[in-house]
Each structure stands twice: as structure tokens, then as C-alpha cells.
Ligand binder design. Structure first.
Ligand code: FES
Length: 199
């Protein structure tokens, strides 16, 4: 049991899991993704942690799962993306993640993550709650020549980088939320609580 997000209609559908594949100049494509997610759908809705298998998640791919009725993105960053994260502090509103409550303390770093290659974010805009669109392309016409990949909210134009950090001059006031999570080995993430069991 897993999920995808319908960005255009702000609806969160509970259908088959998907991975969104993106690359420079390429349109996002949904491909089947088999993930192991426990416990049951009923327990998940009540807020139980969700176990996610990331063993098939390739560099540049974005996977969407559901946690507490919200879309959560898991994305594998490339070395180029990591380089770009380090080079755009001046266009971000809170590059150091100083706003408390938007991420666990263990994710208060440049990538806002435990492992720098793995991004985990709640995919809900901090303006009025739309689900932003994954836009991995470099310098697309509609987002400008300085765009290095990120998330664009179609509702009112907010922009976030590939760590969920909000750009200056957009309606969203703060960075996207990083949920509590931890790794179980190299290929599993538990989303919804940290390694000490805190939610
Ligand atoms: S809800 Fe995202 S910009 Fe308004």
C-alpha cells in the first residue's frame, strides 16, 4: 500500500507507489516502484511510522509515500545537486534552517538530512498547503536561468531548493518540513519517529 500525489488538484491519492524520474530537460515520468511499507494502512492513518524500502531509488529519482495522510518525498541527490546546494545561500530565506520546528535537530545542516545523498521532506507548501511540483531541470524557461532544480508550487509560485529551503521573494514564509526519521541499514528508512522512538 503506497501513494502518489496529484499536484495539480491538491489531492493526495492512495494508489500504487511511484517514483518520479527527472533529469535535465526531461519531463517527469512516473514509473512503478515496489516498496515495503509497514504497518497497515489503518495504523498509518493513525500516525504510525512508515517503513520505506529505498534500495531501488536511483540518483535523481523522487519517491512519494504517505505518512499521517501527507505526502512525504524521498529523493536521492547527485554530487552535482549537493554542489548546487552549497552555492545559493544568498537567494534563500533561511539557508541555515534557523526556524525551529521545520526539521529535527539532527537535520539542521545544509542538506537538511541525515545522509547527504538522501532527502526526506513533507511535500506540502508552507504557504497555504498545496503540494509543490518536482522540477529537477536546470534553467527551464519558466523558472529562470539561475534555477538549479527544486520544487515549484503551482498555486502561488513559491520555490524551494532540493533541500526544501524556501527562496526569498515568494509567498511561502518558511522551509518545507523535514519529518522525524531514521535509517535501518542502507536501504530502509523509518519515517515518523527518530532513532530514539520520538515522533
Ligand atoms: S500554497 Fe504554495 S505558494 Fe501558495
Amino acid at each position: 500500500m503506497s501513494n502518489t500525489v496529484d499536484n495539480s488538484k491538491r489531492r493526495f491519492l492512495t494508489t500504487a507507489a511511484s517514483v518520479v524520474v527527472g533529469g535535465a530537460g526531461a519531463a517527469a515520468v512516473a514509473v512503478p516502484f515496489v516498496s515495503s511499507m509497514l504497518p497497515s494502512a489503518k495504523a498509518q492513518a493513525a500516525g504510525a511510522p512508515v517503513e520505506v524500502d529505498i534500495s531501488k531509488l536511483e540518483v535523481g529519482q523522487l519517491m512519494t509515500i504517505e505518512w499521517r495522510g501527507k505526502p512525504v518525498w524521498v529523493y536521492r541527490r547527485s554530487p552535482e545537486v549537493l554542489e548546487n546546494l552549497a552555492s545559493q545561500d544568498d537567494v534563500l530565506r533561511d539557508p541555515e534552517s534557523d526556524v525551529i520546528g521545520q526539521q529535527p535537530d539532527y537535520c539542521k545542516n545544509e542538506g537538511r538530512s541525515i545522509r547527504e545523498d538522501l532527502m526526506v521532506l513533507v511535500g506540502i507548501c508552507t504557504h497555504l498547503g498545496c503540494s509543490p511540483t518536482y522540477r529537477p531541470e536546470l534553467a527551464p524557461e519558466d523558472l529562470g536561468s539561475n534555477w538549479k532544480g527544486g520544487f515549484f508550487c503551482p498555486c502561488h509560485g513559491s520555490k524551494f531548493d532540493l533541500a526544501g529551503r524556501v527562496f526569498k521573494g515568494v509567498p511561502a514564509p518558511i522551509n518545507l518540513v523535514v519529518p522525524p526519521y531514521y535509517f535501518q541499514g542502507d536501504s530502509r528508512i523509518i519515517i515518523g519517529e527518530d532513532a530514539q522512538g520520538a515522533a
